[in-house]
Design a protein around this ligand. Sequence first.
Ligand SMILES: [Zn+2]
Ligand SMILES: [Zn+2]
Length: 222
Amino acid sequence: MKSTQAIRCKCGAFEAALLYPKRGTRAVCYCRDCQAFAHFLGLPDGMLDGAGGTDIVAVSPRTVQFVRGVENLACMSLSRNGTLRWYTSCCHTPVGNTPRDTRLSHLGLVHTCMDFSGVSMDDSFGPVRMYVNGKSATGKPGRSSRVGFFAAILRYLGAVAWSRLSGGYRVNPFFTSSGRPRVEPRVLSHGERASLVDVVRAQGHGDALPQSPQTPDVHHPG
Ligand SMILES: [Zn+2]
Ligand SMILES: [Zn+2]
């Protein structure tokens, strides 16, 4: 595994670097909000897998350094208090998701800005450790191994807790020093959100699938 992972939008205008990529925890999230984000970007095929899952790497935001084109960074949210979803305005490449409260030091980097130039996500980050929100999958969701899942979640929660205790959460390039998002989020209207939800619903029959214990629901910050 490399010591730095490049982050880049499709057109190349925006670039960043992820330090310590092997500290990241890989997860696939099937939740409807992640699917709605893909449809908002007009990118369902480039972002979602065959079951509507988004391959995400959970990292500490402070391990991301912007290299160039940060003026292309844009932010949206599906609701007033929802997860902040970062993407590029130049070519609509999803970058990642962050909670609004920076004390929860979390960034879910979306694979689309990292799996280019023939390097696979497996090579860069190892295998997927967690499959979550499988009941909203539009196909058969992946299954986490129980041991792998709990080991990954403990490691992840430990990192979040340590950031909080050590004050490391204060270093977050997606937010200003006063804790405001560096770009004002575009919050979708009720109507905009409703039409995205309709598109997501039309994609699959997620509600009819039994929920697997291996794909638990998580409150999103993924
Ligand atoms: Zn771009
Ligand atoms: Zn999700």
